[in-house]
Design a protein around this ligand. Sequence first.
Ligand code: FE
Length: 211
Amino acid sequence: MNNKAFQALSYGVYIVSTWNEGTPAGCTANCAAQITATPATVMVSINKNNFTHDCIRKCGYFSLTVLAETSDPAIIGTFGFRTGKDYDKFAHVQWQVRDKLPVLSDGCAYVCCKVIDSMDTATHTVFLGEVIGADTLRTDPPMTYAYYHTVIKGKTAKNAPTYIAEQPEPKAKYVCKICGYVYDGETPFEQLPDDWKCPLCGAPKSMFEKR
Ligand code: FE
């Protein structure tokens, strides 16, 4: 099996949100799609180990915020490489309530859903949602997963459906221990200011390790 074939599939970058007993919970997802138009239904695949997974099960509702190419990439780090079990992700972003669900403000569209079915797979649950509300937030083009990898130079989180255990490391030097971001800027890493932060997850310079 050639894993490169999977890399030819197209994905977006989404923040899936729901409620955890009155407080917002959410995670990054790249596998979401519209399944039918009438009635409008969408699916999203969520790793069973994600805190958000059990919250969606309990709440029965979820929202998808579609990130734009212009969205702050730190959102992906915050929602994709940290866990809501012990970290308040929503304290670090602007969000609002739409159709009674938490939605991130820094996206280009959102879709709110009621869970109507789910499918168990080895590592993920595929939630099928009937759309209860959807709107655009701004006209910037949506971020594709390819854009995230090639332009933002982000990594695949371990809980993502598209994660491949042995990804080749391109001449890695300084790597963020939180999100896996590899620094490749013009300025030598040692010369970056002390208050420099990981552009993907916001972790301080001290969280980078030399490899
Ligand atoms: Fe990071």
